[in-house]
Design a protein around this ligand. Structure first.
Ligand SMILES: Cc1ncc(COP(=O)(O)O)c(C=O)c1O
Length: 364
């Protein structure tokens, strides 16, 4: 039998992609600071109470995402009505739902650099993506973004707020000016807002019917549960409800979120610690003259090697020492994103960076 001709079935936009690669951890000795997770684990007491709470979850039935207790807790937590939100299996799934719903003539505008999934998902939905190059000094949106020659063409903007991987917030007034034009839909992805002192855009969903806000619990210690939320006015949300798979969030996650919303103090504590550690790590790394360190309002720091001659040595050094941080390619190849870890991890990282300086920078 002849082999399957895959190109006869699978669309080009999928054939052209490479699968998303997650860094594999091969040993316990690895310093893993690449995925913007929280490296704080649950305390003994809360872990026990959590196990007690979820043990009665009814896994024989389909999940009930309309559970009154959970809805009441979420409405209170986000100060929003249930009519204005849907759940996603991580906010990744919600990005996918948004992009799945769009007409092909809507341009997807994505800052560069930003979170890679906006571009990847748009591409395999055969949507046209247009990158908005960010200026390397402040990584902010261009002032003239709204003075587009073609104000009548339909666009959707994705703004990670704060932005991954740069750590800054885009200018709020620019975002608002884009919302004033009803040829635009604006997605404000607040995955990292727990670590910033900026106000959420959720309160504007009833003012702007072209606004979508995304939130997730992944960055504060619950990445494994896969739970994200999408907020918007009724026009958009009614359409997204039609595409969302009926039982996309499993029962154990729903029970877990209910438990953790009732015990949020645990996360508040870790968020505060992460912010303190971020500032500490920033000032320690900032002393090394072979890198620039960018200020951040998120749970990671972006750094850049000052000299391109260091690139190969630095990559080898990271590999030899089992340090996993996020590296980039193309224009961004001198940049690395470091997740803020626990105090012990951050100290270990800073010590490694000190050794690198001793070993290599004087050779330049
Ligand atoms: C900006 C941004 N949005 C969304 C996500 C996805 O989060 P989730 O784990 O909720 O799918 C990430 C994860 O890295 C992110 O950086």
């Amino acid at each position: 039998m002849p082999p399957l001709k895959i190109e006869n079935f699978i669309k080009n936009s999928v054939l052209e992609l490479s699968a998303y690669k997650v860094n594999e951890v091969e040993s316990d000795e690895v310093l893993k600071l690449d995925a913007n997770e929280s490296n704080y684990t649950l305390g003994k007491d809360i872990k026990k109470r959590y196990a007690d709470f979820i043990k009665d979850t009814l896994i024989n039935l389909y999940p009930d995402s309309g559970s009154k207790n959970l809805i009441r807790l979420l409405e209170k937590f986000y100060d929003t009505a249930v009519e204005n939100f849907i759940f996603g299996n991580g906010s990744d799934e919600l990005i996918s739902i948004i992009l799945l719903s769009l007409k092909k003539d809507v341009a997807v505008k994505i800052p560069s650099p930003s979170f890679s999934m906006y571009d990847i998902i748009a591409r395999y939905n055969d949507l046209k993506t247009e990158l908005i190059k960010l200026d390397e000094k402040y990584f902010d949106l261009p002032e003239n973004i709204n003075a587009d020659k073609d104000k009548n063409s339909k666009k959707i903007f994705f703004f990670s707020y704060p932005n991954n991987p740069t750590g800054n917030h885009f200018n709020r007034d620019i975002i608002k000016s884009l919302l004033e034009n009803k040829n635009n839909i604006v997605v404000v992805d607040e995955a990292y807002i727990f670590f910033s002192n900026k106000e959420s855009f959720i309160k504007y969903i009833n003012k702007y019917d072209n606004l979508i806000v995304l939130r997730t619990f992944s960055k504060i210690g619950l990445a494994g549960l896969r739970f994200g939320m999408l907020f918007s006015g009724d026009k958009l949300i009614n359409e997204f409800k039609k595409i969302k798979l009926p039982y996309n969030i499993n029962s154990l996650t729903l029970s877990s979120i209910e438990f953790f919303l009732n015990n949020f103090g645990e996360f508040d504590k870790n968020i505060k610690k992460t912010i303190e550690q971020r500032e500490k790590l920033y000032s320690v790394l900032n002393k090394f003259d072979y890198i620039y360190v960018y200020p951040s309002d998120a749970n990671f720091l972006l750094i850049k090697l000052k000299d391109k001659k260091l690139k190969n040595k630095f990559d080898k050094f990271l590999k030899d020492n089992n340090i996993i941080i996020r590296s980039f390619t193309g224009d961004m190849k001198l940049f690395y994103r470091i997740t803020v870890g626990t105090p012990a991890e951050n100290k270990k990282l800073a010590d490694y960076f000190k050794n690198f300086k001793k070993d290599f920078t004087n050779m330049l």
